[in-house]
Design a protein around this ligand. Sequence first.
Ligand code: PDD
Length: 282
Amino acid sequence: MPTVYLNGRFVPLEQATVSVLDRGFNFADGVYEIIPVFSGRAFRLSEHLKRLQNSLAGISLSLDYDGHKWQSLLDELLNLNQVTEDSSIYIQVTRGAGERNHFFQSGYNPTVFIMCKPLSGVDFSMGVSAILHEDIRWKYCHIKSVALLPNVLLKQYARDKDGSHEAILSKDGYITEGAASNVFIVADNTVRTPPKSNRLLPGITRDLTVELIGESEYQCLEVPVTENELLQADEIWITSSTLGIAPVVRLDGRPVSGGKPGLAWRDVNKLYQAFKTAAGRQ
Ligand code: PDD
């Protein structure tokens, strides 16, 4: 039975319960983070904590946990669960329980929940399938909100349609991101990814990928990507903390880059894997 953290206590998962009046349950009034753990250490922790802080600020939720507190809670959680394999940490913060009312009550007590679990172990390096779908979400996609019903429905639709792993989303003819990932395309040896905006989550893996491409022979442009550019791309990649950088080898049933991972992906993924290994040794 895994040990989890809930509101100041480490408890077995089955004993971690929250009120039915928790605003996370009633209104999806909360935010979350997923932090990968490689070689027993939280990867890009300060970047994830910064984004959590931005998400909290984005929904006007104040929480008095500083970086040291998060670090010691996560260390303790990894320790109690004897985490040695590659894992992910899930942090959820909601506005807590109170009388059901759209208005925030003053003096609310946030709910803070943390758990960890091993990464799926699925090898994405052979490539994944995706579909293209209209982006049906709201206009604050830069906030990592727990209101994930559109994302859940989109991913399930992708799976039910043709066994795809991801839905790549398009709004007004422009690619935003995946239902649970960011998107990159390669054309003419140049890598492109949509610029950060309220239409997409500022992915931590996205930022690292942009950084790593800067050290490679390729150029990376953070520019709008049209649906047509996606459909004609030499390569498509999706990135997330749980996937890393995964090549998309089929889009809507049609092969991408000849149905196998492309050369640019191979080069950039090598840099990403080396970066991960080096971070684990520090
Ligand atoms: N999701 N965009 C969306 C909508 C996401 O849900 C995610 C990650 C990303 C990639 O962000 P990052 O590189 O920081 O993981 C982009 C996580 C993995 C999830 O919800 O499970």
